[in-house]
Design a binder for this molecule. Structure first.
Ligand SMILES: [Zn+2]
Length: 1068
């Protein structure tokens, strides 16, 4: 008899179709592999009975609370809802006798997320309903049922949200209020392990046949093997499955060899700490996801899983202590890998330098305390851009390596490197890898592995890559079938070699073996999500205020503790507050890309943070100055000012608390009295005697500021430094004349303070993106009314009213004090727009190819032109307190008190003020806003200016305390801290040491990009000074010189943009 021939090579596409049909459900499921996947199933009474108790409203009760409640019977088909509610299902399970000897699973599919709990209250495993991609609906009841199995009870905590919250398609839409979830399945099942293994083998064979070049012998072998397997398989014949597996085993036995690309696979479940769900749901997502992963670690001893964000570990520790202990055991065994080193996976554009330092300080200390390890890798797969100081901060925080992949989302330029050395502002370098699979939620597919090889841009230098797999964003993580597939992929011809590994192993190997890696210098600018510098304005304002208020609190508390008896540094409360500030810096919260519920939580958190910080500040100030503080406003005869910036400063200050003496000036807007706080020393104190008039025009050194109308109908604000003309019909800055240099800054026909209302309709990511084409389409909004408010002598101001639209309006006060060339703009806005962006633009008679932007512990330069696509991509950029446009000899800075989005084109610099996206928060930024910006013209280029100081002063007001001047001996107290000989060195932070609150930690940085030799002086009695890293660990000693005047001096040297941390042990 003639042997039947195989038609594979003659009919490739037909064979591929045959294979596809064999693997999918649907119309052929009763004759293909799906007909064999279960050995037995038991449904309904008596095998499984269900009862229900539903929690009130959006409450998320504990197990203990839920288990005590009255439950009533339900059945499959029950509908859970509405969105965000919680329902506890009690399942009574009787395993049928005929299941004896078998592994038995509970199949439970509520269509949404759920947690399986034991009757004793132990969280066992997460459930993800089949509505979601990462569906996980099976739970192993026993690996070998006994014939006399006892009745068992399980609880299922059903949470009415999907993996991606409750948005309609697309899932970034605002959440639905009344989403319903149907209980689709509740049954007991015995799986056919061989049939399921065959399904995995055929899935891999099919993918290899498809992914390799069609003329490759290995692709043909894969297809022929699969075809033969289908020929052997017979439904209902277990022996045929074994025979088929023997055929596929031969294919997998062929090795690929040593020269193949090596993939280091690491499981993960990216859990956004808040995004399309609130923080409280995240706490449950962590438990669900990690419980599932701990279970997989039991079943797959080779499995390695990494999880970041110390905050998530702390929540687990507090809310799920027994699960936390299991995680710790798995960490000890090397399977569960705490990673990342930071408190949460934060945004890296918006937080201040000190915030980034605190993210590491809190994160690394937590991991070290609870897991005995510090993360060597800064792990940030999903953050929207990486500022240029990160390499130095990583190095100073005990890490060496950096991981991300987000730049693969760039929408203009393809990032050209995969494995490279990233060099930051100060020259610090970190080995960086961006996984070529371009995702952190890979599915362990052949397509990924082969495809990512083609996307690896540095294989010539290093033939290996990191592969992050597992469902994520909403958590979930790897599924068992991913781990099963990995068992076939270790070393098989046709695929890269894949191994489970700690990510350190990958980096250390590359570090040792890679030759000639390229270098990328400066920021890793993310060419997408440029709207995140502006969306959710109140959260950004809360963050800026919190950062700077905490700066004051810590410095004043250190001083109070060091100089006042009985004051204890509030270390525990400061740690609590810093954790909250860091929490809100999560990469979907501070950037403004979360749902409305998240921002209601943020409002509560910032109220707590700012309330507590103000109280701490007040108690530190009172401890420092209680002996001079006035008992009441009536007994105050003067005002004490504390300057927390590290240089002397002179401000015109509104003092609402001062009710005595001659009224020098009432400012109409807030009815405050104005005084001049002159030359308040660096980190020091001065007192203004309200009874004397040395602070008004009586002081010959102060030339009054004034306001008048000129012959062209402009309102003119003028002081000794500048003359600013405001168009009385439009509120725009039509002229800015520097009286010192006799120079006009506004070009003929141009203007400043021009409000532009842009269309703001991005391609998809509404809350995230400002798109380049929106810069083309805008209207200019002229002011409708300009009125003079303050006429001097200390402050001159005008009010401008601007109609933004029929629904929205803006009022601003433009003011000029007698003592500064800075022109301030205080704004109140009622904002009710739809996909609009409000910018304010200033055009200057200044020519430069580069503008300078404030960033963490330094500045970064970016182009003002659009020569290439890389420069064009930076059409909207992030800056902190200022941006500056300078040429040789002169420049102007645009300062702000809570904004972050700038765009500079040619000689026009614009600041983004407000946006109005509608997803994922339908009400984003609607309502009232107040914010400030300022124009600061300066002699010299940026490097010769004092813009850095001015921007601090604009953001950090002098601390005020009403005092009785008769009780004060000397007006003016020596600086607590100062920097001599280096105007480019900034004292950024003064705090108590983490491990010894009696020691003082001072963080300084070089702010302009040059070397410096500085002398730090302090009036505190210093016994010992040492240089430390951000974790406050000793690097080297520093010499202390004590002077006769009782001050101590410490000599410090800086390289450009270097961050220097000094720890002082004091003589007590
Ligand atoms: Zn994320």
């Amino acid at each position: 008899m003639e042997k039947p021939m195989s038609y594979v090579q003659k009919h490739r596409s037909i064979t591929q179709q045959r294979l596809a049909n064999f693997l999918t459900g649907g119309q052929w499921k009763d004759v293909n592999i799906h007909a064999s996947l279960n050995e037995a199933v038991a449904r309904g009474h008596p095998s499984i009975e269900l009862e229900l108790w539903s929690a009130q409203a959006q409450e998320r009760p504990t197990f203990a609370h839920a288990a005590e409640q009255q439950f009533s019977p339900i059945d499959v088909g029950h509908v859970f809802g509405p969105s965000w509610t919680t329902h506890w299902v009690r399942a009574t399970i009787r395993i049928p006798k005929e299941f004896a000897g078998k592994q038995v699973r509970l199949m439970f599919d509520p269509s949404c997320e759920a947690m399986v709990w034991s009757a004793e209250g132990e969280p066992l495993q997460g459930i993800t309903g089949s509505n979601d991609l990462g569906s996980r609906t099976d739970f192993i009841l026993t690996s070998k049922a006994r014939p006399d199995e006892a009745v068992r009870i399980l609880y299922l905590e059903v949470a009415c949200n999907g993996m991606f919250g409750n948005g309609e398609s697309p899932n970034i839409a605002p959440p639905l209020e009344n989403r319903q979830f149907t209980l689709k399945t509740a049954e007991l099942a015995v799986w056919n392990a061989d049939a399921r293994a065959l399904l995995q083998e055929l899935t891999i064979l099919r993918a290899i046949a498809k992914a390799l070049p069609s003329d490759s012998p290995r692709a043909w072998q894969a297809l022929a093997t699969a075809n033969e397997v289908i020929n052997i398989y017979t439904v209902g014949d277990q022996k045929s499955i074994a025979a088929a597996r023997a055929v596929s085993a031969k294919f997998f036995a062929d090795k690929g060899g040593e020269s193949n690309h090596q993939v280091y696979a690491i499981g993960n479940c990216h859990i956004d700490t808040a995004w399309l769900w609130p923080y409280d749901e995240t706490k449950r997502k962590i438990a669900r996801s990690w419980a599932s992963q701990v279970d997989l670690m039991d079943r797959f001893p080779e499995y390695r899983f990494a999880a970041s964000q110390a905050q998530q570990f702390e929540w687990l520790q507090t809310l799920y202590p027994s699960l936390f202990e299991r995680v710790k055991e798995k960490a000890k065994a090397g399977q569960f890998i705490p990673i990342g080193g930071t408190w949460i996976e934060m945004d890296c554009n918006l937080p201040s330098g000190e915030s980034l330092a605190r993210q590491f300080l809190l994160g690394q200390r937590y991991f070290e305390k609870h897991f005995g390890v510090r993360s060597k890798i800064f792990w940030l797969p999903d953050t929207f851009g990486y500022s240029s100081q990160i390499p130095q901060i990583i190095r100073l925080s005990g890490s060496e390596y950096f991981y991300t992949q987000k730049l693969s989302w760039n929408n203009i330029n393809k990032f050209p490197h995969t494995t490279f050395n990233w060099v930051g502002l100060d020259g610090s370098s970190v080995l960086t890898h961006m996984s070529p699979a371009e995702t952190y939620t890979a599915g362990v597919s052949v397509e990924d592995l082969i495809g990512s090889l083609g996307k690896h841009k540095d294989v010539a230098y290093t033939n290996e890559s990191l592969y992050l797999y597992g469902h994520g964003d909403g958590g979930g993580g790897p599924l068992a079938d991913m781990l099963e597939r990995l068992r076939y992929m270790g070393d098989v011809d046709g695929l890269p070699r894949v191994k489970h590994a700690h990510p350190n192993e990958f980096y250390e190997h590359v570090d040792k073996t890679a030759k000639g890696l390229v270098t990328w210098s400066g920021e890793l600018y993310f060419e997408l999500h440029r709207g995140t510098y502006t969306s959710q304005a109140n959260t950004k304002k809360g963050n800026r205020q919190a950062e700077l208020l905490l700066r004051d609190v810590e410095m004043l508390s250190v001083l109070a503790q060091s100089t006042a008896h009985g004051f204890a540094y509030p270390a525990a409360e400061l740690e609590r507050i810093w954790k909250l500030v860091c929490l809100n810096q999560f990469h979907d919260v501070l950037p403004g890309s979360s749902i409305e519920m998240v921002y209601r939580d943020c409002d509560v958190i910032y109220a707590d943070v700012l309330g507590s910080a103000k109280a701490m500040k007040e108690s530190a100030v009172m401890a420092l100055f209680s002996h001079v503080a006035a008992l009441s406003a009536d007994t105050a005869t003067g005002m004490l000012f504390v300057n927390t910036t590290g240089w002397p400063r002179t401000d015109v200050v509104a003092v609402p608390g001062l009710g005595c003496g001659d009224v020098q000036q009432m400012r109409k807007r807030d009815n405050a009295r104005l005084v001049v706080a002159a030359a308040v020393p660096s980190c020091g104190v001065s007192v203004v005697d309200a009874s004397s008039d040395t602070n008004t025009t009586g002081d010959s050194s102060i030339v009054p500021a004034g306001v008048y109308m000129d012959s062209d109908g402009n309102v003119v604000l003028e002081n000794i430094f500048i003359t600013a003309k405001i168009g009385s019909t439009n509120g725009q800055l039509v002229s800015l004349w520097d009286r010192r240099l006799e120079r006009e800054l506004v070009p003929q026909g141009a203007a400043g303070n021009v409000f532009r209302l842009h269309d703001d309709v991005p391609i998809f990511w509404d809350g995230w993106d400002i798109e380049i084409y929106n810069l083309e389409k805008f209207v200019e909004l002229p002011g409708s009314k300009v009125t003079i408010v303050d006429e001097g002598p200390l402050l001159a101001s005008v009010c401008v009213e601007v109609a933004i639209s029929e629904q929205s309006r803006l009022r601003q006060w433009i003011s000029l004090s007698a003592t500064s060339p800075r022109l301030d703009f205080d704004c109140d806005v009622d904002w009710h727009e739809n996909r609009k962006c409000l910018k304010v633009a200033f055009t200057w008679d200044i020519r430069s190819d580069m503008a300078t932007y404030d960033t963490q512990f330094g500045v970064v330069q970016r182009p003002t032109h659009r020569n290439t696509s890389w420069e064009m991509a930076k059409f909207e950029v992030c800056a902190h307190k200022f941006a500056d446009l300078s040429e040789y000899g002169y420049g102007v800075a645009l300062l702000n008190d809570c904004k972050y989005g700038y765009s500079t084109l040619g000689s026009t610099m614009a600041l983004s003020l407000l946006r109005a996206p509608k997803a994922p928060d339908a009400n984003c930024d609607m309502g009232h806003h107040s914010f400030r910006y300022a124009v600061y013209p300066h002699k010299g280029s940026f490097n010769e200016s004092s813009v850095v100081r001015e921007a601090y002063q604009f953001n950090v007001p002098l601390v005020q305390l009403p005092v009785d001047v008769t009780t004060i001996d000397a007006v003016g107290i020596a600086p607590f801290f100062a920097v001599k000989d280096a105007p480019n060195v900034v004292i950024d932070t003064v705090k108590a040491a983490e491990d010894d609150a009696r020691s003082v930690v001072i963080r300084l940085y070089e702010s302009y990009g040059g070397h410096a030799r500085a002398t730090l002086t302090t009036s505190l009695k210093v016994a010992r000074a040492q240089l430390t890293n951000i974790l406050e660990e000793h690097i080297s000693g520093a010499g202390v010189t004590a002077s006769a005047a009782g001050t101590s001096s410490i000599k410090l040297s800086f390289r450009p943009f270097e961050i220097v941390t000094v720890k002082l042990d004091l003589n007590v």
